[in-house]
Write a protein that binds this ligand. Structure first.
Ligand SMILES: [Zn+2]
Length: 419
């Protein structure tokens, strides 16, 4: 691989970052480092200077980097880490929003062949190349919205071969200007429509056929533990098999009903428990004891017009919180994690600082990458987001537009197209 040119960001109005190589919980989640008048330098894809412009000029002023970015008036943030996305699918469910807004239920749309069934059918019918192109477009859009690392799940194939195909696509996608991908097997997203009346067959197929073949490709295994989908016992069966195969564990937990997913996540010391709209004190206490990271998806709660997860109670109980997009074709179709920041603050009650930590360092920690990315500190991967705004608060304050001037992906500068 050719060496990445050295890179510097000069004269930034502000730099804002959480610090450290581990998850930050409780009060610490809201403590970030802000530097006014900042500069950052990277060599060979690693951060070698993070500090004030004045100090930079003294240390490196006579040795400019090969790529120099004038960040006057802008803010430097860690590249965003999106810890929960579903980007491998084909088809279009755009018309469903009209039906939903007109009052038709998800169950009724699904019964008529819409919903996830439509996505599964279109995904199975797509060629490898079509799926790859769709995936790449979504990843590129994520990058253009500031995401430099993305957890990406399978889950719209729902046959042994289609789930492994989605995983192969994710594991082999190494675009130089695409975000870093962390593949997750989510064969337990739903039951295959053709064998819904024999659910245990699919559970066994996942545990005994898919997982052994997925082990080298998927870093995590996830389960949709929910009433009407995977029971707690089925989820436990799949996730313990995943652990035996060497994978980390994530769980879609207590999204629609209070069902036991978060308690299972705590029992298994899962890396993350995601959604958590319906949890109560017992689940919060269990997550706090297990060290499991709560991945909140406020964009989905907003889109579903549901009460958001109890973010403040989680923070107060010392549960580390991450914030992710849940990019998916059914309940939150956006590749922009940045656009979810406003919902994390205004709907869920997080502060801007807690949200920033949740979208960077804590998200990275949930993926086992806190030593590699998630903050702007020397030694870490040069994953930098340049925001066209005077400080980080504009991520929430100046909402609904893309303020990303560009990102550095592992030290490679990718400017946004100028308007
Ligand atoms: Zn999801």
């Amino acid at each position: 691989m050719p060496a990445v040119p050295s890179l510097e960001f000069r004269n930034a109005a502000c730099l804002a970052t959480p610090t450290g190589t581990a998850v930050r919980a409780g009060k610490k989640q809201g403590e970030i480092l802000r530097i006014e008048g900042a500069a950052v330098r990277a060599e060979n894809g690693r951060l070698t200077f993070v500090g004030t412009e004045t100090e930079y000029a003294k240390t490196w002023g006579s040795r400019p980097a090969e790529v120099s970015v004038d960040a006057t008036g802008m803010t430097l943030l860690p590249g965003l880490v999106d810890a929960h996305t579903h980007p491998v699918w084909a088809g279009d469910r755009g018309p469903e929003i009209g039906r939903r807004l007109a009052g038709e239920s998800y169950a009724s749309i699904a019964a008529a062949g819409g919903g996830i069934r439509a996505t599964v059918a279109a995904t199975r019918a797509a060629s490898d190349e079509e799926l790859r192109q769709l995936l790449r477009r979504r990843l590129a859009r994520m990058r253009s919205c500031g995401t430099t690392t993305v957890e990406a799940k399978t889950g719209y194939g729902l046959t042994v071969s289609d789930e492994l195909r989605a995983l192969r696509l994710l594991a082999s996608e190494r675009g130089e200007i695409l975000p870093r991908i962390v593949p997750t097997l989510l064969a337990a997203h739903e039951f295959p429509p053709e064998s819904r009346d024999r659910p245990d067959e699919w559970v066994e197929a996942i545990a005994s056929e898919i997982l052994p073949q997925a082990a080298g490709m998927a870093k995590f295994c996830d389960v949709f533990c929910e009433e009407g989908v995977f029971t707690v016992a089925q989820s436990r069966r799949i996730l313990t098999a995943a652990r035996t195969a060497g994978m980390g564990i994530r769980i879609h937990a207590d999204e629609l009903t209070r069902y036991g997913g978060a308690l299972l996540a705590a029992e298994l010391s899962a890396a993350s428990a995601d959604h958590l709209l319906r949890i109560g004190d017992e689940e919060i206490a269990a997550l706090s004891r297990s060290g499991t990271i709560a991945v909140l998806l406020p964009g989905t709660a907003w889109w579903m017009r549901a009460r958001p997860a109890p973010a403040r109670a989680l923070i107060e109980a010392g549960v580390p919180v991450a914030v992710a997009s849940d990019a998916n074709p059914g309940t939150c179709f956006t590749e922009s994690l940045a656009s979810v920041a406003a919902h994390a603050c205004l709907d869920s009650g997080l502060s801007v600082e807690e949200t920033l930590t949740g979208m960077t360092l804590n998200a990275a920690a949930s993926l086992g990458l806190a030593a590699e990315t998630g903050s702007l500190e020397t030694g870490k991967s040069a994953d930098v987001l340049v925001l066209d705004a005077p400080d980080d608060r504009h991520l929430v304050y100046h909402w609904g537009v893309n303020l990303v001037a560009g990102v550095s992906l592992r030290g490679l500068w990718v400017p946004s197209p100028t308007t």
